[in-house]
Design a protein around this ligand. Structure first.
Ligand code: GTP
Ligand code: MG
Length: 377
């Protein structure tokens, strides 16, 4: 046993000094006035504690701290070895780490981030330090682009062998930009391709929905037919039989409203759509997008429109949604402007938006570069 004595003016002070030194649980062997001195002596009180337990605790804590330090040192060593093995110098490794952070901030799924980073590291292997930043950007854009399936359809042609209009339906969650995208497509086919374009407003239950389309229709000289439900949409289409292409607008449906998504699906089937575009917005969360991709399988989309890219804070979520829908992207929309803010989908421009601009000034200082050159030399 290790007995330790604490002496103080008051008993309380003596006890708290002992506890400070050995912990709250320290066994007190003896406490009271100091023996053998009068009560007027100062300091007048003493506490004797058994400090053997606390020294055991102290030794255990020291052993644990040492073990933690050993683990930390081994981890640091392993990371340093990985840097040496991959031939990436510290500045390039830091740049790769920044790229990973950017991809994660763009809501790219963790397994896709890992895949992109692995591709980038492969590309950087053996690269000269001075060219690393530009190579890294190019490799990242290439890899991200490969993640987004894209297939842009050819523009509709004047009525020919088909003998009936080419029918394009738009479907998707509420407020994602279906009607605006329809207006953009209608304007570009009417004005740029000089096609006869008709519009079916199958959203006639909603106040203002038909008027919105009639306004667009009158500007571009495209007839608009209103419809209430699947059978009515088929009849409306029949009234537009002399058009080259007919665009069908469907009402927005919440992604959890399976019943009403089913009604949209019936409308799309009733008009025998040649193309059924699912509109998914860049402004939505990853969760909402992936649920929508699942829920709108019911409308059997042929391609996907990625809308509101200008409002997106995480383009990576769209990558997962498109892959989940198992349909390629056909169009991007990048603003409210009709018809200008519409682009043919392109994996590379999408990837450039997601990865961010290339390094305009080289992020490595001359010292970094010479250090890295030295490592390889
Ligand atoms: N920033 C931005 N806004 C857009 C884009 N496309 C559409 N919008 C706006 O989004 C809002 C809704 O657009 P709509 O085209 O009415 O959306 P919708 O999917 O038809 O909506 P519902 O029919 O109500 O389901 C409008 O204010 C549009 O101007 C885009 O690409 N970028
Ligand atoms: Mg609409």
């Amino acid at each position: 046993m290790t007995r330790v004595r604490y002496i103080a003016d008051t008993l309380a002070e003596a006890i708290s000094a002992a506890r400070r030194a050995h912990g709250m649980e320290v066994p007190v062997l003896q406490a009271g006035p100091r023996r053998g001195v009068g009560l007027r002596a100062r300091p007048a009180f003493e506490v004797v504690v058994d400090a053997s337990g606390s020294s055991v605790r102290a030794r255990r804590a020291a052993r644990e701290a040492l073990a933690r330090a050993v683990v930390a040192a081994r981890l640091a060593h392993a990371e340093a070895e990985a840097v040496v093995r991959s031939q990436l110098g510290p500045a390039t490794s830091a740049a790769v780490a920044r790229l990973g952070a950017r991809l994660r901030a763009q809501a790219l799924a963790p397994e896709l981030v890992q895949w992109v980073i692995a591709r980038v590291e492969d590309r950087l292997d053996g690269a000269r330090a001075e060219e690393a930043a530009a190579l890294m950007h190019a490799a990242a854009v290439q890899a991200v682009g490969e993640l987004l399936p894209v297939d842009v359809p050819v523009d509709p042609a004047p009525v020919g062998s088909l003998g009936r209009p080419w029918v394009v339906a738009l479907a998707g969650p509420t407020g994602v930009g279906k009607t605006t995208t329809l207006a953009k497509l209608a304007a570009s086919w009417r004005v740029d391709r000089r096609l006869r374009v008709g519009i079916v407003a199958a959203d006639a239950f909603r106040v203002g929905a038909v008027e919105q389309l009639r306004t667009y229709g009158s500007i571009i000289d495209a007839p608009v037919q209103a419809a209430h439900g699947p059978a009515s949409a088929a009849e409306a289409l029949a009234r537009l039989a002399d058009c080259d292409v007919v665009l069908v607008d469907t009402p927005g449906r919440g992604h959890r409203d399976a019943l009403r998504i089913g009604e949209v699906a019936e409308t799309v089937r009733a008009v025998r759509a040649d193309e059924s575009l699912l509109v998914l917005p860049g402004s939505a969360s990853a969760g909402m997008l992936s649920e929508s991709a699942d829920a709108f399988r019911a409308v059997a989309p042929t391609r996907v429109v990625l809308s509101k890219l200008d409002e997106s804070e995480g383009l990576g979520a769209l990558v997962s949604a498109v892959r989940r829908s198992d349909r390629p992207a056909a169009w991007f929309t990048t603003g409210q402007g009709v018809p200008d803010d519409l682009e043919r989908a392109d994996a590379r421009t999408f990837a450039e938006r997601l990865v961010g601009p290339p390094p305009s000034v080289t992020p490595m200082t001359a010292t970094d570069a010479s250090m890295e050159a030295g490592r390889r030399g």
